[in-house]
Design a protein around this ligand. Structure first.
Ligand code: DP6
Length: 336
């Protein structure tokens, strides 16, 4: 008999960036993200008893076999002891799809690995309901670090810090105290380039191993996490803006100053950031940007000023933008 488990998990955008990892996908610093609502992956796991000792594992993206991602996911499944009896006793087929375009600056590995870990864990039936989310977050982290934060919303942190209760390097935890100023934040993803990433994040993480500024960067991120938690608690928009933009620039500064330096900004990226500085100065509106490991710009602002932001985009960026994806802070995913 074939059984099916489905899950839907969103992506997240880091405000304080995870950049640099130790053995077994453990982060070199604490990170903190906003969970998205509308940009999600849907994953279905079909499993049926098998009668041979051969591994039977299929991975399909939008109905089409996806060989390179199949190899990554299979290696991940083999490595996790929690999934070993599943792989041994069942033929597995994973189907995945995203409801956001590929290469849009929205991390599909975060939403996909969150959903993959959740369906596999559910099928393994080894977690009680109370432990499920934490266990799934830990297992998702082993697939892709940032995925562990997609289990909680609207904000989640990942990484142990003495100052954060119950925090851990193994899994993410929800941010508990959030002022109403930050409960309905929007994220407009301004797409200046929609071709696939030239340098995968894993290469960037590896470069932090011998980076001349690594120690200072990890300290800075931990400090930013503590400051961001206090900004989220107290409704301090000024601090939120300055930490978020400072982090985005610091992340890219790490790429530009590593031994094998590289640059992901495009001229449009710089133009947009400068326009945002000017718009904020002229209007006093609470809007800021962050960047992932790519050239596209995430514009963050409260729901109350959405119309003004849409007008700002229309007036200024007709020539620079391929498209805009509007999303907002959400609550994390679930088995469906
Ligand atoms: C810049 O989570 O994609 O988005 O653990 O190798 O899969 P792996 O890396 P990944 O790195 C995310 C990097 C980032 C910052 C962040 O999301 O914190």
């Amino acid at each position: 008999m074939t059984q099916i488990i489905k899950a839907r998990y969103p992506s997240n955008i880091a405000l304080v960036k995870y950049w640099g990892k130790r053995d077994n996908q453990l982060p070199c610093n604490t990170s903190l993200s906003m969970t998205l609502n509308d940009s999600f992956s849907e994953v279905s796991l079909q499993y049926s008893e098998k009668h041979s000792s051969l591994t039977e594992f299929g991975y399909y993206f939008e109905g089409i076999p996806k060989e390179n991602f199949r190899a990554r996911v299979l290696e991940y499944v083999i490595k996790q002891k929690e999934f070993s009896s599943l792989l041994k006793n069942y033929a597995l087929r994973i189907d995945s799809k995203n409801n956001f375009p590929h290469s849009a600056g929205i991390a599909s590995s975060a939403s996909a690995f969150a959903a993959i870990a959740a369906v596999l864990l559910k099928a393994s039936a080894i977690s009680s309901d109370t432990d499920f989310t934490r266990d799934a977050s830990r297992l998702a982290r082993l697939g892709s670090g940032s995925a562990c934060r997609s289990f909680y919303g609207p904000y989640a942190s990942w990484g142990h810090l003495r100052e954060i209760n119950n925090s851990s390097d193994d899994y993410a935890i929800p941010v508990k105290e959030i002022h109403e100023n930050f409960r309905s934040m929007r994220d407009a993803v301004l797409i200046v380039e929609d071709s696939p990433k030239k340098i995968p994040s894993s290469v960037g993480h590896a470069m932090m191993k011998h980076h001349p500024f690594a120690a200072a960067r990890f300290q800075q991120a931990d400090k930013h996490c503590i400051e961001m938690l206090s900004a989220l608690k107290n409704g301090d928009m000024e601090a939120f803006i300055s930490i978020t933009e400072g982090e985005a620039l610091s992340l890219h500064a790490m790429m530009m100053t590593s031994g094998d330096y590289y640059l992901l900004f495009k001229p449009e990226t710089v133009y947009i950031m400068e326009q945002i500085f000017q718009f904020r100065k002229d209007t006093g509106l609470p809007v800021c940007f962050t960047l992932d490991a790519g050239p596209n710009v995430h514009l963050l602002y409260p729901e109350s000023i959405e119309e003004k932001i849409i007008q700002f985009l229309k007036n200024n960026f007709c020539d620079q933008l391929k498209s805009v994806i509007y999303d907002h802070a959400g609550q994390g995913g679930s088995i469906i």
